[in-house]
Design a protein around this ligand. Structure first.
Ligand code: TXA
Ligand code: MG
Length: 330
């Protein structure tokens, strides 16, 4: 590992954005907010910059990166675009939606881990868009956390776990959505499949595409199989404190055990928390990763947490993250 860097937070002033854009053009990494989570951005066309992303995250080389673009025209230059992609882009871009499409020749193999496909997204966050404009090139950006740990939804989260490994963090405050983008595989437009659930649901995609979009399989895969199903690792987003999920919390748990209700206004014990502020899955999504980090930093021997109720439209995406966070390492 190279010597530690001094990590600084930058506000999104025009001066700072110009400077961070120049750093990206030189091949440096910049962590920056998107509407979903913070990303660790580097020039997608620069192999050394992409290598630095994998190194900073300690991410296995077989787990490909998402390329972020500012305009649809850029996406068309990087992929073999099709009608389904056009429809999805018109409906959901800019926004929390990533498409997997066949890649064009000039997309570096390191970005796609050698696959013939590339994941591409046009984010909505105004600061990330300004950073794309300042860099004036597509940016590869995985979530800005060490591989397998909880995704970051504030600049402070990024600094806490990648501090010393990167120089620059663009601070845009907390992310509005709080969980990563929906990933939809559109390589075969007749059979679109959601690879990772997110804010845009399979039903919303089905309506736009006029075909039934398959939802992700609940079964996940072991690390050795991950080459065929990247991003579907069973254990991910993991706190070090053991975590158990419940439909309804058990009546009693030990005093050093944190109890997280999905939504409860009258909390009694100092070990009680409410994941959602207003009973919506949407607010649970926004707070989930920050709460897991906070609880993981506390002195708890165990975390008990209620799932998002099945009938909530956010249940598939939030419960997917919670299930992986609760999975034991094998
Ligand atoms: O919301 C988001 O998507 C955030 C922000 C920063 O944009 N990014 C993000 O990136 O979540 P990351 O690297 O943490 O997750 C990207 C997922 C990985 O699980 C990867 O395996 C999958 O996308 N992926 C990337 N390229 C792929 C491809 N060609 N085919 C299938 N899956 C792919
Ligand atoms: Mg990630």
């Amino acid at each position: 590992m190279s010597p530690a860097l001094v990590t600084r937070l930058y506000q999104g002033t025009p001066h700072n954005l110009r400077m961070l854009g120049a750093r990206l053009r030189r091949g440096e990494l910049v962590a920056a907010p998107t509407e979903t989570v913070y990303g660790l951005a580097g020039d997608a066309m620069n192999v050394a910059a992409c290598e630095a992303i994998f190194a900073a995250k300690e991410r296995p080389a077989n787990d490909p990166l998402i390329v972020h673009v500012r305009q649809r025209a850029e996406a068309k230059k990087l992929t073999r675009w099709n009608d389904a992609a056009e429809a999805v882009a018109r409906a959901f871009w800019p926004g929390p939606l990533t498409m997997v499409l066949p890649k064009r020749e000039h997309v570096p193999d390191i970005v796609t881990s050698g696959r013939p496909s590339v994941a591409i997204r046009m984010p909505q966050h105004p600061l990330f868009r300004k950073l794309l404009a300042a860099a004036d090139r597509p940016l590869a950006a995985p979530s800005a956390n060490p591989f397998g740990y909880i995704s970051p939804t504030t600049a402070q989260h990024v600094k806490a776990s990648l501090g010393g490994r990167i120089r620059s963090i663009l601070d845009g405050g907390p992310c509005a959505i709080g969980i990563e983008s929906t990933i939809v595989d559109l390589r075969d437009p007749a059979h679109p499949t959601v690879l990772r659930p997110g804010a845009i649901t399979a039903d919303q995609l089905s309506r736009v595409l006029g075909v039934t979009v398959r939802a992700p399989k609940v079964n996940t895969v072991s690390h050795s199989q991950a080459a065929d199903a990247p991003g579907m690792l069973e254990r991910h987003y993991s706190p070090s404190t053991p975590l158990t999920l419940h439909d309804t919390l058990p009546g009693y748990t030990g005093t050093r055990e944190a109890r997280v209700y999905f939504h409860r206004a009258d909390l009694s014990g100092s070990n009680e928390y409410s994941l959602s502020t207003d009973g919506s899955g949407e607010s649970a999504a926004r707070r989930m990763f920050a709460m897991l980090r906070e609880l993981d930093a506390g002195d708890w021997s165990h975390i008990h947490l209620e799932r998002v109720p099945r009938e909530d439209p956010w249940a598939p995406s939030v419960n997917d993250r919670l299930r992986r966070a609760a999975a034991r390492s094998s």
